[in-house]
Ligand binder design. Structure first.
Ligand SMILES: Cc1cc2nc3c(=O)[nH]c(=O)nc-3n(C[C@H](O)[C@H](O)[C@H](O)COP(=O)(O)OP(=O)(O)OC[C@H]3O[C@@H](n4cnc5c(N)ncnc54)[C@H](O)[C@@H]3O)c2cc1C
Length: 482
C-alpha cells in the first residue's frame, strides 16, 4: 500500500544516518531529539491527514503517473484543480500545525518544476532527464517520502555572478563512472530534519559562464558527504525542555554542506544546461508564490483564533475587537484568493504540468511580504502586553512550588492563569517567529517579485490607453536618460 502512517514515517526517519548537527552536537534520532522532534511532529500531521476521513481527499490524490492513490505532496499537478488543492493543503497544514511543513512543500514544487524543465531539455537536446525524474518521482510516491527542496545558494557578494565566486554557489566539480560530484552549500532549507530526500535545484537563472552551477538532482537526506546544520530558533531555549511553553509542533531550517557528494546518474535531472534555468526559476516561482498565499492564510487563521482566545481570556468579548478581527480575515483571504486567482489564470505547460500566472503570483508574493505582518501586529494588539515577547514568566516559574501560585493568581483574568498564559505564549510563538518563519523571504525576496511585476506589466500600453481616453493624439515620449 502506498499511503504511509505517522508510525511508518517516523520509523523511516529514525533509520537514517545521523548527519544532522546543532549546537555543535549530532542529532542521533530526529524523531526523539528535542531539537528536531517538533518539526517531525508537524510533518506527522500530514500523514494523519491522509487517514482522516474529513481530510483524506485533500491530503491524497490519484497519481497521474501510476494511477495509485498517493500522498498529494508528492504528486504532479496536471490541472488547475490539482494546483488549487496544493494551496488548500498548505492552508490546512498550517491550521493543523501553526507552522511551516517545508518538506511537504518545496520539494513538491520542485518535482513539478522539473517535470516541465526536463521536458524542455529532452525536447531540445535529446537528453533522457524526464525518464529519470519519472522513476524517482514514482519512488517518492510509493514510499510516501517527505522531500525538502533546496534552491537557495549561499550567494556571497550579491552583486557578482556565480562564475566570479564559485564557492558560494553549489556546483558540479567532477564526474565518475557512477554519476556527478557536487560541492558547495544550500542554505536556509526548510524541513530537512523531517525529510527522507532532498531535491536540489539551481537558485537563479544562469549564464553560460555559470554552467557548472546549473545542476538539479535528488539525494537521500543522509547521503555520504552531506552534512546538515540546523539553524538556531528564537524559541530554542524552551524547545530544549519538555514543558508546555511551546506547542508540540515546530519547524527547522538548515544549512547543507555538500563535500564532494557523488550523485548517481539516475538521480541527476539537469547538468550544466544553463539555458533552461531561466524557465526553471520562472515556473518554480509562479507556482510557489501562488500557493504561498494559502500558507500565510492558514497562519493567519490560527492567529485570528489566538486573538479571540486572548480577548476572552482577558475577560473581553471578541466583539470588542470585531473590526480588527475582520481586518485579519481580510488579509488572510486576500493572499489566499490572489493565489487561487494566479492558478486559475495559469496555463498548461506542454509537459502537462499546470503553471500559475506569473504576474498574479508575484503580486501575491508582494502582498505576502506585507499582510501577514499586519495580521501579526493585530494579534499582538488584541492580546495585550502579556502576549508580546518577553513579558510572560516561563512555565517552569508558573509551576514553582515557592511562588508559582502567586504568578498564576497574578495572571488569572476570566480564565485561570495557566490557561491565559498558554494562549499568550501561543500568540508570542505565532507572531515573533519561533513557530512560524517570516513570510518576507520564504520563496524569494519581495523586490525580486516586484521586478517581475514591473517586467510583466505593460506600462507603455497603459499610457497609450490613457492617451486615447484623454484625447491626446501626439506622442508623449519618455524623457532621454541622463
Ligand atoms: C522561512 C524561510 C524558509 C525558507 N525555506 C527555503 C527552502 O525550503 N528552500 C530554499 O531553497 N530556500 C528557502 N529559503 C530561502 C529563501 O528562498 C531566500 O531567503 C530568498 O530567496 C532570499 O534570498 P536571501 O535570503 O539570500 O536574500 P538576499 O539575496 O541577501 O536579499 C536581501 C535583500 O537584498 C536584495 N537583493 C539581493 N540581491 C540584489 C541585487 N543584486 N540587487 C539589488 N538588490 C538585491 C533582495 O531583494 C532583498 O531585499 C527560506 C527562507 C526563509 C526566510
Amino acid at each position: 500500500m502506498t499511503l504511509k502512517t505517522r508510525e511508518d514515517y517516523r520509523a523511516a526517519l529514525a533509520a537514517l544516518r545521523p548527519n544532522i548537527f546543532k549546537f555543535d552536537r549530532p542529532v542521533a534520532d530526529v524523531t526523539a531529539d528535542p531539537l528536531t522532534r517538533r518539526s517531525v511532529e508537524s510533518h506527522c500531521r500530514a500523514y494523519d491527514g491522509a487517514h482522516d476521513p474529513a481530510l483524506r481527499d485533500l491530503f491524497t490524490c490519484r497519481s497521474p503517473l501510476s494511477g495509485d492513490v498517493v500522498h498529494r505532496w508528492n504528486s504532479l499537478s496536471f490541472s488547475p484543480e490539482a494546483l488549487v488543492a496544493n494551496a488548500r493543503l498548505k492552508r490546512e497544514l498550517y491550521r493543523q500545525t501553526g507552522t511551516c511543513t517545508g518538506a511537504a512543500c518545496v520539494g513538491w514544487n520542485g518535482i513539478n518544476t522539473l517535470w516541465a524543465v526536463t521536458h524542455e531539455v529532452d525536447q531540445s537536446l535529446g537528453t533522457g532527464y524526464q525518464g529519470r525524474l519519472r522513476d524517482w518521482a514514482l519512488q517518492a510516491e510509493s514510499r510516501g517520502w517527505m522531500v525538502a527542496g533546496a534552491l537557495t545558494d549561499a550567494k556571497g557578494d550579491r552583486s557578482r555572478p556565480p562564475s566570479q565566486q564559485p564557492a558560494h554557489y553549489l556546483r558540479v566539480v567532477g564526474e565518475t563512472a557512477e554519476g556527478i560530484v557536487v560541492r558547495g552549500y544550500k542554505v536556509m532549507i526548510a524541513g530537512v530534519a523531517a525529510c527522507h530526500e532532498i531535491l536540489v535545484l539551481p537558485g537563479a537563472a544562469l549564464r553560460e559562464a555559470d554552467h557548472d552551477h546549473a545542476v538539479a538532482f535528488a539525494l537521500p537526506r543522509d547521503a555520504d558527504g552531506l552534512t546538515v546544520v540546523e539553524a538556531r530558533r528564537p524559541s530554542d531555549g524552551r524547545e530544549l525542555e519538555d514543558h508546555p511553553d511551546v506547542p508540540a509542533t515546530g519547524i527547522t531550517q538548515a544549512f547543507l554542506i555538500f563535500n564532494d557528494v557523488v550523485v548517481p546518474r539516475e538521480r541527476v535531472f539537469l547538468c550544466r544546461e544553463h539555458r533552461f534555468t531561466a524557465n526553471l526559476i520562472r515556473y518554480f516561482t509562479a507556482n510557489y508564490r501562488a500557493c504561498i498565499g494559502a500558507c500565510v492564510a492558514g497562519q493567519g487563521d490560527v492567529m485570528a483564533g489566538a486573538a479571540v482566545l486572548m480577548a476572552r481570556a482577558n475577560g473581553l468579548s471578541s466583539r470588542v475587537f470585531r473590526d480588527k478581527l475582520v481586518e485579519m480575515a481580510v488579509n488572510n483571504e486576500t493572499t489566499y484568493a490572489l493565489g487561487i486567482g494566479a492558478i486559475t489564470l495559469g496555463e498548461r505547460h506542454p509537459s502537462g504540468v499546470w503553471l500559475a500566472d506569473s504576474l498574479t503570483a508575484h503580486v501575491n508574493k508582494v502582498q505576502v511580504s506585507r499582510l501577514p505582518y499586519e495580521t501579526k501586529r493585530l494579534c499582538q494588539e488584541i492580546g495585550g502586553g502579556i502576549a508580546e515577547t518577553g513579558c510572560l514568566p516561563s512555565a517552569a516559574d508558573l509551576a514553582s512550588p515557592v511562588y508559582g501560585h502567586a504568578l498564576r493568581e497574578a495572571l488569572t483574568a476570566a480564565v485561570p492563569g495557566e490557561v491565559r498564559a498558554r494562549a499568550a505564549r501561543l500568540v508570542e510563538w505565532l507572531t515573533i517567529g519561533a513557530g512560524v518563519p517570516g513570510c518576507m523571504h520564504g520563496g524569494g525576496s519581495p523586490d525580486g517579485a516586484r521586478l517581475i511585476v514591473r517586467a510583466l506589466t505593460p506600462f507603455d500600453g497603459y499610457a497609450n490607453l490613457a492617451s486615447a481616453l484623454a484625447g491626446i493624439d501626439s506622442p508623449v515620449p519618455e524623457p532621454e536618460e541622463g
